[in-house]
Design a protein around this ligand. Structure first.
Ligand SMILES: [Zn+2]
Ligand SMILES: [Zn+2]
Length: 273
């Protein structure tokens, strides 16, 4: 049995130019940084406080994110909020700087708050999780908590996503305790963070070539595999048509749902170390 779930290349949403930003819908684009993605939500003409940044990349990505935001929404425009799928280092690296510069609130699930207010560190990485070089290097990845407590806003209990009308947040724990995915039901668009990813993040080779594959959460940093499995089942049941994840290319079409269901079915074999 092949220990991966391949995705038809036709499902990959590509940008017309060679830019790292892929426009998925007019109000949604994904910026593909070296090892991780961030998402911009908002129409290009939405103006100051009209848009939202989802996740904040690795440390050092501040300039790139800032530049792309200015190009997309206009010089000097600030987001209404930064929304986090979770607080791992590769999703919050530029967060403190960007939130400060933009004076923007940071929204996250209440269970993720301890990791964002310097109260708790994530569990150590699992260097035995297998899959390649990224896993072997994973004990070196930063996991100490940052402190954005003065800007933190828990995601509302009614499931709505601040400043993103039509979207709901879905608790998808397992990779981290307070991991969330964002879902637009009528447009069937899923922003999955690291609950599922579309490339083999564990292998540095794949991180660079980014062959599309449907994967469970990055192995080295996932703390609760039972919860992760339930989260994947929940996402598969949504039958999304468009998928943006924290790692790997954005996907569209029937392949998305097909591969998610296959991942859910074979989760123990393909996803769990
Ligand atoms: Zn993560
Ligand atoms: Zn990640």
């Amino acid at each position: 049995m092949a220990l991966q779930i391949a995705i038809d290349r036709d499902a990959v949403i590509a940008s017309p130019g060679a830019t790292e930003e892929v426009v998925v819908t007019p109000d949604l684009s994904i910026l593909r940084l070296a090892i991780v993605n961030v998402v911009f939500h908002g129409q290009p003409d939405c103006g100051d406080r009209g848009w939202v940044l989802i996740d904040a990349g690795i440390a050092g990505a501040r300039g790139t994110i800032e530049r792309h935001a200015a190009r997309r929404f206009g010089e000097g425009t600030r987001p209404a909020a930064v929304i986090l799928t979770h607080g791992h280092f590769d999703h919050i690296g530029a967060l403190e700087d960007l939130a400060e510069m933009w004076d923007a609130p940071v929204c996250a699930h209440p269970a993720e708050v301890p990791f964002l207010s310097r109260r708790q560190a994530y569990p150590p990485a699992d260097a035995d999780a297998g899959g390649g070089l990224m896993t072997l290097l994973s004990p070196l990845f930063p996991r100490s908590p940052i402190d954005v407590s003065n800007r933190l806003m828990p995601l509302p209990g009614d499931g709505t996503v601040p400043h993103m009308p039509g979207w709901t947040w879905i608790a998808t724990p397992g990779h981290t305790p307070g991991h969330v995915s964002l879902w637009h039901a009528s447009r069937r668009i899923l922003i999955a963070g690291d609950a599922v990813i579309t490339t083999a993040q564990e292998a540095a080779y794949n991180v660079m070539t980014q062959e599309p594959e449907m994967h469970g959460p990055p192995r080295y940093f996932t703390s609760d595999w039972d919860a992760a499995e339930q989260s994947v089942r929940r996402l598969a049941e949504l039958d999304p048509e468009t998928l943006l994840s924290g790692h790997g290319p954005p996907l569209r079409g029937p392949e998305v749902s097909r591969a998610l269901h296959e991942l859910s079915r074979r989760f123990r074999d393909v996803a769990v170390p």
